[in-house]
Every structure is written in C-alpha cells, then in structure tokens.
Design a protein around this ligand. Structure first.
Ligand code: ADP
Length: 497
C-alpha cells in the first residue's frame, strides 16, 4: 500500500502489535459471575487485579466484620493498610513477608506465594500469566489456616482494649481451611481464568481486527474519493479550457470566413468584372460551403459559450407569432429546394405578448425546423404548430407550445434520450449523410430550459418525429448562466410513440 498523507495522520497500532490488558481480554460481567460462584462455593474471598493494580473483580466473604474491628484498633489501620498494599502491589515472590505456600511439591504452582497477615489470617497470591507475561494477579483470602491455634501476639498486643472474645467470635465467620486446599482451589481457578482469557482474547482480537479492517477500508475509500475529487476538478478545468479554446477558435474563424463569403458573393454578382458560367458556379459553391461552415462554427461558438457558462438570457416582451413566422421564412427556401412541404398553423386569435429572449427563442425554432427539413426526404411534410397562450399542465401555469412535426426518417427509441447531448448524432449511415455536428438539439434544450420550459420528443422509425417545446409566458429570473446538456449522462425526454 502506498504511503499516503493519511498514514502520517497517526495510524493506530494494530491489535496484533500491542499486548492487550486483562480487562480487554475478559468479558467482565461474565467473569464477575464466575468469581461470585467460586466465592460462594469455597467461602473464600477472591480479588483479581490487572498488571497496573486496577481491580477487575473483588468478591468478599466472611472477613468484613473481623477486619473492620481490627481496623478500628489503634495501629490496626496502618498494619491493615500495609498488608493489603503488600498483597495488592508487592512482588509475587517469597520476599518482603511473603513465603512459598506449604503445599505438597507436585501441587504447588510455581509462582504462588502465601502472605500471612499480622492477625493470623492468610492470603494466597498468584500472578495471572498470559503468553509468558504477567497480566495481573489473583488474591485468595483472607482465610484462617487450619494450623492456627492461638491468636498471634501481633494481634492481641495491638491495643490495650483488644477484646479477645469479640475477635474470636468475628473470626468464626471466616473460613478455616488447610493452605494446601486453598492452593488447589486457586490453581483450579487459575485454569478457569486462563480458559476465559483465551476465549476473550480470541473474541477481542477478532472484533478488533474487524474494526481495524473496516477502518482501513474506509481510509482507502477516503483516499480514493480524494483522488476522484482531484481528477474531477482537473476534468472540469480541462473541460473549461476546451470550451474556451473552442470559443476562441470559432470566433477567430468567423471573421475570415465572413470575408470569404462576402467576396465570393461580390465575385458571383460580377462586381469585380464579368465571370463565365463555370466561374460563377465555382464561386457560388465556395459561397454555399462557406455558409454551411459559418453555421457550424456559430453552433460551436454557441455551445462553447453555453458550456463556459457565459450565456445569459435576455428576457423582454416578445411576439411569438413573429418569432415563428420569421423562422419559417428563413427555412422555407431550404424546404422548397429539397421538395419538402412546410406548413405552419398559428393560433386563430391574436396572442398576448410573452416574455422571452427573442433571438434565442428564434434559434430554438430554426434549429428544430432545420432538423425536420434535413431529416425528411423529398416529398415529405414538416408542420409547425404554435398553440395559444394558455394554461400548460407541464408548467403548472400560463405558457405556450411550439410543436415541430415531420414525416421524415424518425429516431430509434433507444436514442431518444441521447440526441439532446452535445455532439451526439444518431450514428447510422443513413443519418450521417445529412451532415451536422450534433449541436442543434443541445442548444435547443439549453435555451428552452433557460426559459424555464421543457422539450420532449416522440418518434417512430420511418414515419417521422415530433418535437414539443413548452415555454412559460413569464420565464423565471435568468440563472447566472444557461446549462448545457451533459455529453454522457442521458436524460429522460418524456413520452414516446
Ligand atoms: P445535427 O447537427 O446532427 O442535426 P442535432 O443536435 O440537431 O445535431 O441533432 C442530433 C441528432 O438527432 C441528429 O444527428 C439526428 O440523428 C437526430 N435528429 C434530430 N432531429 C431529427 C429529426 N427531426 N428527425 C430525425 N432525426 C433527428
């Protein structure tokens, strides 16, 4: 795995590398129950500490009153505290008042020590070992060793007010047992503890490793996300550069092209002297090709400006009937030349003015008409309907519809939602022959949506297509810029045949 920045941000030590504390390896509630059971069964108190002296379990039995009494005697408190401190924190070795337990050699666990108390009572202390390390200690006691016959002077001479009878009575509640028996019970307890640690250790390792794996996984995901974000920013930047490059190039191409068209027109009209018929034909071809090239360059300029977010719609009072009629006039020569009937159906009554960007709306209608004429063979029909200004269900308000319908080649159903993407063309040899750059509909969609409207298409192969643009009479305030249809994410376009 690579050394990413996240590595420096304090990667945790794995659970496999660090040693676990006793409390982490035991299920404490279950363990406490086991200890309680042991204490009740053998009537001897059990304490378990971790290697730092923190108490893991502490179940007392029988000795409370006796110890309380001794603790109340002068000197008693200090001696008690010292004994408890030695048992809890002192070395688990036969030093500093501790000795090896009096048990038959084969029954004695190596590290167990006996800690006599000044009262005559006794503790047994044993380390908790795990994988060779001491991870804590177990303390059994206090109990009365069965060889204790007399109260020791270290207790009786503790205080002049020492009450022997009382002490003996309280001592009666404490279990008397041979040291060897307690040592055996303790050994048994140690085995049980070892089993519980082994199970707990395994469970802790498994769950911690699961957590670590999840954490590692999400860290990797985060890294990948960051990389994706960087790539995304870079792509956006490249896209912006591409749009800006296209805008500059098309702008720079337009100027000389306009001169080419202008001068060819002058030559064709004989302004620079008479031309023979062949020369006139050549010059007219230059002019026509120059005009198609100019249209293409203008579309590229439009789309790149839309993509660069540089297009702002300029809404003002507009006469939609005039917009539609002027679009028809600019397309009728083309339709006529191709032998396609172009018909327009306008609303009967005069229509109220609407708000729109006149030039962009005209471009929408021209593009739709140009496609309809382009993709309709000779003898076909193109109809344009303009509705009245009335309630439009799609908009939930006042608006109007412009429908351009043709009897042309049609669009395959699976391509209907792609044709509005920039540079997309239905890629079959029959449509490729019609030329174009796949930008017209993308511009239509951007401008219609910029008006707060929507455009949809229905089509049937071989029978024709029908494009419907629904626009509001009062478009919402223009956004900072018009959005272009993304090149690769298809958007649904509504009903189909
Ligand atoms: P183009 O410059 O190729 O016409 P458009 O964005 O205007 O670009 O259209 C994209 C594609 O959608 C066209 O190439 C064509 O395949 C299909 N298309 C658009 N309008 C029609 C139509 N009226 N009839 C059939 N196909 C159409």
């Amino acid at each position: 795995m690579s050394e990413g920045p996240a590595e420096g941000m304090g990667r945790r030590e794995s659970v496999l590398q660090r040693s676990l504390a006793l409390a982490e390896m035991l299920d404490i509630p279950t363990f406490t129950e086991v200890v309680k059971g042991f204490v009740e069964l053998y009537q001897i108190g059990v304490k378990v500490f971790d290697e730092k002296g923190a108490k893991i379990a502490d179940i007392k039995i029988g000795n409370g009153d006796f110890c309380g009494y001794v603790f109340s005697l002068s000197e008693g408190r200090a001696l008690c505290t010292a004994t408890v401190g030695r048992v809890k924190d002192g070395p688990v070795e036969a030093v500093l008042g501790a000795r090896s337990p009096n048990v038959p050699a084969e029954g004695s666990p190596e590290a167990m020590v006996a800690m006599p108390c000044f009262t005559g009572l006794q503790y047994l202390v044993m380390p908790v070992l795990w994988e060779g390390d001491s991870v804590g200690r177990v303390v059994f006691g206090p109990f009365i060793p069965d060889d204790l016959q007399e109260l020791p002077p270290s207790l009786t001479s503790l205080d002049p007010s020492f009450d022997r009878e009382k002490a003996l009575a309280l001592m009666g509640k404490i279990r008397r047992a041979p040291e060897a028996t307690v040592a055996r019970v303790m050994k048994h307890f140690a085995q049980l503890l070892e089993t519980m640690i082994a199970a707990g250790h395994k469970a802790t390792l498994t769950s911690n490793m699961h957590i670590e794996a999840t954490r590692e996984h999400s860290r990797e995901l985060e890294e990948k996300n960051q990389k994706l974000e960087t790539m995304n920013t870079r792509l956006k930047e490249l896209d912006r550069l591409k749009s800006s490059f296209l805008a500059t190039v098309s702008h720079e191409l337009r100027t000389p092209l306009t001169s080419i068209i202008g001068y060819s027109e002058m030559l064709a009209e004989g302004l620079a002297g008479p031309l023979n018929q062949e020369q006139v034909d050549y010059v007219r071809t230059i002019m026509e090709k120059g005009e198609s090239l100019l249209k293409l360059i203008s579309s590229i300029l439009d789309i790149s400006q839309i993509e660069a977010g540089k297009v702002r719609l300029n809404f003002e009072s507009a006469d939609i009937v005039e917009v539609v009629q002027s679009s028809i006039s600019s397309l009728s020569p083309q339709a006529k030349k191709k032998g396609v009937a172009l018909e327009v159906k306008l609303p009967g009554s005069p229509q109220p003015k609407v708000h729109a960007d006149h030039d962009r709306l005209r471009q929408v209608v021209v593009n739709l008409l140009a496609n309809a004429v382009k993709f309709t063979p000779k003898g076909g029909k193109v109809n344009l309907f303009l509705s009245e200004v009335s309630h439009q269900p799609e908009l939930g308000g006042e608006g109007y519809r412009i429908i351009v319908e043709d009897s042309g080649v049609g669009i395959p159903t699976d391509q209907l939602d792609k044709i509005f993407q920039s540079f997309y063309q239905v890629d079959s040899s029959s449509t490729r022959e019609f030329g174009g750059a796949g930008l017209g509909l993308s511009i239509v969609k951007s401008f219609v949506e910029g008006h707060g409207g929507s455009v949809k298409v229905t089509s049937e192969m071989g029978r024709g297509s029908r494009f419907t643009a629904v626009l509001p009479s009062l478009p919402p305030a223009p956004k900072s810029s018009v959005q272009v249809a993304p090149p690769s994410v298809p958007e649904p376009t509504g009903d189909r045949f």
